[in-house]
Design a protein around this ligand. Structure first.
Ligand code: NAD
Length: 260
């Protein structure tokens, strides 16, 4: 039933976004990839989606911290595929420091990409979705959209903001065939988290394997990472008719992190 629809997945050159793009493509959804990286690697991902899943895939290099670039990407998606049915706002960055040590540029970048980028994506995609009469807004928040951790002020503020923003979008579209939901992953083993594991291993003088287990044990009772594929399947479910009455919901996939 998703065959022939089209999705923008921001930050899909790596990690969770790539996992979601692959699952949506496997259901027949045309994909607009976005994110940074090596041009040849990105082309390999793009052509790989087309050959593996028989969908159309394109790439747009929009910097999600820039509203005008987001507008251009969404307009180009509609020109390329004829519609924008699904917007997965996933691009995100992390930086850790205590509030008094947090650099101004890092605060501004995290808010611009992790929070404002989600707003501008919905701002530019919603007019098309309303005209089409169908749409799915899927915002990748975090367990940190529901609970906090020290040294992550900007990230936690942005992700709590994404959860609130998602609820507003759900209310503004409630009578339409458009839903807005937030997915709240726990730890997922992606480059974003690999950096935190390396930092922990260096700081505590332990192996990266031990740092992985320490990181999981502190927060995620399952002691297993959530995977990009699992998150992709949840995103795909949100695009089905069975999820039509599910809107404004933050959905944890966190091995029990936020149940504590
Ligand atoms: P990642 O570093 O593997 O991927 C991030 C993606 O965003 C990359 O494609 C990168 O190029 C892109 N990106 C970064 N800045 C961008 C910008 N300015 N413009 C366009 N693209 C940009 O990270 P990930 O772990 O896959 O994270 C994806 C999302 O999931 C983020 O929003 C993150 O906060 C969230 N998340 C991750 C975890 C986790 O444990 N990995 C947990 C909860 C939430």
């Amino acid at each position: 039933m998703l065959k022939g629809k089209s999705a923008v997945v921001t930050g899909s050159t790596s990690g969770i976004g790539l996992g979601i793009a692959r699952v949506l493509a496997s259901k027949g959804v045309n994909i607009m990839l976005n994110g940074f990286g090596d041009a040849a690697e990105i082309e390999k991902i793009r052509s790989g989606l087309e050959s593996e899943f028989g969908v159309r895939a394109a790439y747009n290099a929009a910097d999600i911290s820039k509203p005008s670039a987001i507008k251009e990407m969404i307009d180009t998606t509609v020109e390329t595929f004829g519609s924008i049915d699904v917007l997965v706002s996933n691009a995100g960055i992390q930086f850790t420091a205590a509030i008094e040590d947090f650099p101004e540029d890092k605060w501004n970048a995290i808010i611009a990409i992790n929070l404002s980028g989600v707003f501008w994506g919905m701002h530019y995609a919603l007019p098309y979705m309303k005209k089409q009469g169908w749409g799915r807004l899927i915002n990748i928040a975090s367990a940190h959209g529901l609970v906090a951790s020290p040294n992550k002020s900007a990230y936690v503020a942005a992700k709590h903001g994404v959860v609130g923003l998602t609820k507003v979008a759900a209310l503004e579209t409630a009578e339409l065939d458009i839903t807005a939901n937030a997915i709240c992953p726990g730890w997922v083993l992606t480059p974003l988290v690999e950096k935190q594991i390396k930092d922990m291993a260096a700081k505590d003088g332990i192996s990266e394997k031990d740092a992985e287990l320490k990181l999981l044990s502190e927060k995620q009772p399952s002691k297993k990472f959530t995977t990009p594929e699992e998150l992709g399947e949840l995103a795909a479910f949100l695009c089905t008719d069975a999820a039509a009455q599910m809107t404004g919901v933050p959905l944890p996939m966190d091995g029990g992190w936020t149940a504590q």
